[in-house]
Design a protein around this ligand. Structure first.
Ligand code: NI
Length: 174
């Protein structure tokens, strides 16, 4: 397993639409292992493949936040169905939008149809944090970030801040 570099906004790659996986291969499983390790090392609860620059419809998540017993979840080619008409609000962040947080409304419950780590067809009924997290990650597959739901002003302020952070982190400190 290996820790990969997580791309951050602004970055055109994050805006790509990811492609479906034909069949879950050994290579895809290795990718999921790397994604999970990368996510854990960055203290995230979800990561989409495109966030490490790979445009495949693959997501890993672990919302357990428990150091002792990890509960990794793997979603390949996920599709969301039966979105609730009622919304719930969470303060969201994103590993690709570092240190920025904002409240986002999303359908409170949903159903996810997907392939698991072994390529088996699965259906998950999600609610609460799980529902929000899977919808946030699914957005990544469409090139959407949570800041896209904010007002134009708020979004441009965040992007400005991120661009500044990026410049200073690229600078040489001697
Ligand atoms: Ni994210």
């Amino acid at each position: 397993m290996a820790i990969k570099k997580i791309l951050t906004e602004p970055n055109k790659i994050l805006r790509q639409i990811s492609k479906p996986v034909d069949k879950v291969s050994k290579e895809d499983q290795l990718l999921m292992d790397d994604m999970l390790e990368t996510m854990y090392s960055a203290n995230g609860i979800g990561l989409a493949a495109i966030q490490i620059g790979i445009p495949k419809r693959i997501i890993v998540m672990d919302i357990s936040k428990n150091e002792d017993t990890k509960s990794p979840m793997y979603f390949v080619n996920p599709i969301i169905k039966n979105k609730n008409k009622e919304f719930s609000t969470y303060e969201e962040g994103c590993l690709s939008v570092p240190n920025q947080f904002a409240e986002v409304d999303r359908p409170a419950t949903c159903e996810v149809h997907y392939l698991d780590y072994y390529g088996e067809k699965k259906i998950l009924k999600a609610q609460g944090l799980l529902a929000t997290c899977i919808q946030h990650e699914m957005d990544h597959l469409e090139g959407i970030l949570f800041i896209d739901y904010l007002s134009k002003l708020k979004k441009s302020m965040i992007i400005k801040k991120l661009s500044k952070q990026k410049k200073s982190s690229d600078a040489l400190v001697i």
